[in-house]
Ligand binder design. Sequence first.
Ligand code: HEC
Length: 148
Amino acid sequence: MQPFRFPAFFVLAVTAALLAGCGQKSTVDPEESSVLTSPVAHFEFQAAPKIPPGNRTGEEVYNGLCTTCHATGTLGAPRTGDAAAWAPRIATGYDALVLSVINGKGNMTPRAGSVDLTDTEIQRGVAWLANQAGGNFTEPPTEPPTGQ
Ligand code: HEC
């Protein structure tokens, strides 16, 4: 039995060493760690209050004002990227969706509660949000920078 037990233990030891090595490699892999941290950095950048109201992109409008409910489905909001939840709404058309936000719908208050949102920004936000879930709307372009 002795010659059999030794190799068995040896195999276990080697396996443990390999597993330990794997764990160590994944914690220091710079590519993997940047993948893990970049969404956070991205979110912080989007949250910076540097964009003048009126000229925010759909993604900026969404990140600043729509995530509260749509990221998690709070108050019964259709979740961002949930194609099944969005398909019947997208089918009503872009204009209908934009009007729902301007006028409010169900638990979503008029202008989604953000009085400084322009109609064009609402159009951009709706296009961006719906397009995450299978929509194919064209977001109105932002104004070019004024060169200040
Ligand atoms: C206070 C929570 C809340 C916020 C903030 C919010 N929504 Fe909503 N939204 C909802 C809810 C709830 C519904 C579902 C309304 C219903 O069908 O009864 C909804 C539905 C929608 C719809 C579908 C409307 C339709 O006709 O079916 C669109 C488009 C939409 N939201 C866009 C936005 C955009 C763009 C923003 C950010 C500017 C935003 N929402 C912010 C709660 C919110």
